[in-house]
Design a protein around this ligand. Structure first.
Ligand code: B16
Ligand code: MG
Length: 224
């Protein structure tokens, strides 16, 4: 009997993995910081990826050394979301990252279950804009979730909805907080981005171009 683990599902982060909304989140948060009188760069922005809206705001305020009341925080978070929604307003299917559609099709052909786990409360809106609503068996987003990444809850909820154990599911993430969450939940973790900013993932890929499920499964199960 083979002891080879079987991989049955793929769970995708949205922002920065299927579509490059990470750049729009950065622009909107940077505008907020600038309006509060300070600035931050893309390197610092890595710490915000995958992190929920209010947690992100807390991190940014700490960088600026700014204390706000709860009411003021809510108001700034709403302003940031308004700017973000303006930035994503014109998005269409052409913004789906290269190789994503072919990879998703290949997963379906191979009977692999697919879900989305995004910290964003705007995930359904983005999926609609890029024409991917209905492509996934389940969507778990930041609405109504008690804890976001790096807590594993979001991935565990998604895996449960798919009916798959974490040890048989692969998580694709562009954020260190997401890799940490996946590993804490017992998932296989694939980083999408640069190896120098993503630690501990089983594999880091620059994007999905050229990847088939057979190639991915082999790279995960037989690392060189
Ligand atoms: P929202 P993901 C995350 O989405 C983003 O990476 C992160 O930058 C953002 O702060 C978070 O969603 C919340 O987004 O303000 O739209 O609810 O990467 O988990 O798909
Ligand atoms: Mg992301």
């Amino acid at each position: 009997m083979s002891t080879r683990p079987s991989l049955e599902a793929c769970i995708f982060d949205l922002d920065g993995v299927l579509v490059d909304t990470a750049k729009y989140h950065f622009l909107a948060w940077r505008r907020l910081a600038n309006e509060l009188g300070f600035d931050f760069d893309e390197e610092a922005n890595e710490k915000l990826k995958g992190v929920g809206r209010m947690e992100s705001l807390e991190i940014i305020l700490s960088w600026g050394g700014i204390a706000l009341t709860e009411e003021q925080k809510q108001s700034w978070a709403e302003r940031k979301n308004g700017w973000y929604l303006e930035l994503v307003e014109g998005m269409d299917p052409s913004e789906i990252l290269e190789g994503v559609m072919d990879f998703l099709e290949d997963l379906k052909k191979n009977g692999i279950r697919i879900g989305i786990a995004s910290s964003s409360k705007n995930a359904a809106t983005i999926l609609e804009k890029i024409g991917l609503s209905g492509h996934f068996e389940t969507l778990v987003d930041g609405n109504g979730l008690a804890r976001t990444k790096p807590d594993p809850l979001i991935f565990l909820t998604c895996a449960q909805a798919l009916g798959v154990d974490p040890g048989h599911a692969v998580v694709f993430e562009d954020a260190q907080s997401g890799i940490d969450a996946a590993l804490a939940g017992g998932f296989w973790a694939v980083g999408v981005g640069k190896p120098e900013v993503l630690s501990d993932a089983r594999l880091v890929i620059p994007g999905f171009k050229g990847w088939t499920w057979a190639k991915m499964e082999s790279a995960l199960l037989n690392p060189s």
